[in-house]
Write a protein that binds this ligand. Sequence first.
Ligand code: MG
Ligand code: MG
Length: 258
Amino acid sequence: MIRLKKQHEIEKMRAAGRVVYKTLQRCREICVPGVTTRQIDEEAYRVFTSLNARGLFKNYPTYRPGEGFPSNLCISVNEEVVHGIAGERVIADGDAVGIDCGVEVDGWCGDSATTVMVGNVKPEVRRLCEVTEHVLKIAVENIRPGRRWSQVARLMQNYAEENGLSVVKEFVGHGIGQKMHEDPKVPNYVSRELLRDDIVLREGLVLAIEPMCNVGGSATETLADKWTVVTADRKPSAHYEHTVAVTASGADVLTDGR
Ligand code: MG
Ligand code: MG
């Protein structure tokens, strides 16, 4: 069931979104060669906790009892697509580091991700990141009340594919509000399923839009840790995400620090 948000609820989500923005900004600053993903994770915890927010990822439940998500952030490097676990991995020059952060403030959630290009990244990785970030921008710029999500998703998918990237199919965006994951599912591509169960964008709908694009094929695998998703061909992947409210005039991005 999709629950539309009132303006005062959207303002609460913006407060959570600001914390996510500040946390990701700090993570970006310290994401340099030699730092471990655990150090980034711990700094994120300090930042959002000091801002009276509660992280949404740590212990995030699975269907497997007692095996909730182990870290505060999802940090997914290079061929890792999403849901990477922070740990002893040392960031190196040339890495593309996906950092995903979700927090709750006063009962309302914000969720955003970025991919940090560390030092001298290969041209194909720079292009991957720039195109994927632009795919998210296309979504934001094309949201209108009355438009169907499939129209937006088609623009996202077309831009990615015209630029030689593939779009991840197994993982999609989501509605967000008092819970991090609410209805509807928000795919970054058009499928028969989406056309059948299309979403009409309405004022007050709040979505976490999160394109994931790959240099190689779109197929993914989950590693033995049961969380980390990688590209099946082990080629690089990038991920960008904003929490976005649909307004009368278009889109209001709640996680861009404003
Ligand atoms: Mg996220
Ligand atoms: Mg999300």
